[in-house]
Design a protein around this ligand. Sequence first.
Ligand SMILES: [Zn+2]
Length: 291
Amino acid sequence: MPRHTIARALSATGTALHAGVPVTMLLAPAPAGQGIVFRRADLGKAIPALYDRVGETRLGTVLEEDGASVGVVEHLMAAIAGAEIDDLLVTLDGPEPPILDGDSLSYLALLDQAGRQPLDQPNDQPRTAIAVQRPVMVEHPQKDGSMARAALLPAQSLSYHLEISFPTPVIGAQSFDFAFSAQGFRDQIAPARTFGFLSELEALNKMNLARGASLENTLALDDTGVVNREKMRFADEFVRHKILDAVGDMALAGAPLIARFEGSRSGHGINNALLRALFADPANYRRVELG
Ligand SMILES: [Zn+2]
């Protein structure tokens, strides 16, 4: 199986979810073995999309290196992983990719337009996966006294199981199982939109967060339900979006995983801690060539 990039460069402009500023994103083909790299054109700096570059994870996964950062990479990373693109250069003129529709489907549409291109495969740049060899688990206590957990377990193929539980009955308890495939990702996971609570918006805005959030890109919840209910695509869209986030965060492993991901109330922080725990011990995983 060869590595893949995109066939042609293509750009899109939109709003940064947190910074609230317009951003133009250029997706461009990259050479075999480069992986996914973000470039801040405005700062003249590049950051590889890898777990050990993750800094802040409170409201989105932020890559940081050498004084530069790129925020909210997870929805785009999920689309790139879902489209099975291995090598890609993402150039931005601002601090985050444009949020577009708050899902991965809008990024998949761009990748479709750009076309998937097999890369000539010198023997030293095969398409590899990371096969998990023994269970790795992390736990983080939550503010409400509950425990957030995430685990990677040895498995024959990549799958995700996620459970969430929110005190508001609008979300309540939801769980979802997803056996990864490119088509399954496109149909079941990629359309799920990000969500947020209107009661938190003012405080977030004061911290210069969620300044680009709108009823077009975020499912907005209040005490009575989803304010923009007509935007919902699934009854269990919230847990599906959490899987979307996990797919994006796991893509920062730098190669596809062969493992079962299990998460309970998990988020970006614990997802990143999980990859750090995985790679902390070489006995936890094995690199395998995808044939
Ligand atoms: Zn998200």
